[in-house]
Design a protein around this ligand. Sequence first.
Ligand SMILES: Nc1ncnc2c1ncn2[C@@H]1O[C@H](COP(=O)(O)OP(=O)(O)OP(=O)(O)O)[C@@H](O)[C@H]1O
Length: 265
Amino acid sequence: MEENLTPSYIKTFDKDERALATEDLSVFYGGKVQKLFDASLQFKKNSITALIGASGSGKSTFLRSLNRMNDKVAKIDGKIIFHGLDVNKPDINVYELRKNIGMVFQRPNPFPKSIRENIVYALKANGKTDKNELDRIVEESLRAAALWDEVKDKLDKSALALSGGQQQRLCIARALAVQPEILLLDEPASALDPVSTSKLEDTLKQLRSEYTMIMVTHNMQQASRISDHTAFFHLGHVIEYNSTAEIFTNPKGQLTEDYIQGSFG
Ligand SMILES: Nc1ncnc2c1ncn2[C@@H]1O[C@H](COP(=O)(O)OP(=O)(O)OP(=O)(O)O)[C@@H](O)[C@H]1O
């Protein structure tokens, strides 16, 4: 089958509406094998954007490049514009960048430490030692991640004793503790049961008022339930990017339509 990989529609936003944007982002694993082709996407502030597409279509490759997680395994060409700066430049401090653009992974990965320590670890490493301030951040982060009520009486117990869903919300709280502007989420609910997934989705919806989120998901229902915008990836190309309602009810490209209707992937 001859495939038309030309984008069918790519939504744009005014400069002051954008939290982050890529321009012609391309990723070459091992320096040579190209797996992402000229992705130019603008992400709207205080919104959830879902990245969808079949397995191997480049969603994680794109997501991980946004906060320079692919630096060691790939060559990344193109621009990543954050606050008017190209943060894909070599002289950017990636540790500072990751404070602003946090990441939550597919499998919950709390440190084998107490719930409290999971949250204050990075803050202490950054020189914050005031106990009252740390306590305040622990509470605020856990409240924002909708976990406070479930753990407030056992903050010094091991994080590993929490359920998978609670661990994932703890990972979100941990990411929020350093006050990022953007959260990248790589299939954050794929290891969770339906009840935990639903709680996690509620949490993400609540966080939208303060954060911009970009989320890889395989779950079409999840994308349509919680995201404002959706980008469809195919063979390393962004084929279509639009409001989630348009993508799901009125896709402009045939490939998008086929994918949404479940013909492949
Ligand atoms: N570290 C790596 N080194 C080499 N190739 C890689 C690496 N990571 C991903 N790839 C390749 O890049 C392509 C895109 O993979 P990627 O994980 O981005 O896809 P995806 O759309 O996120 O898939 P999935 O939904 O299965 O996670 C695949 O061919 C994959 O094998």
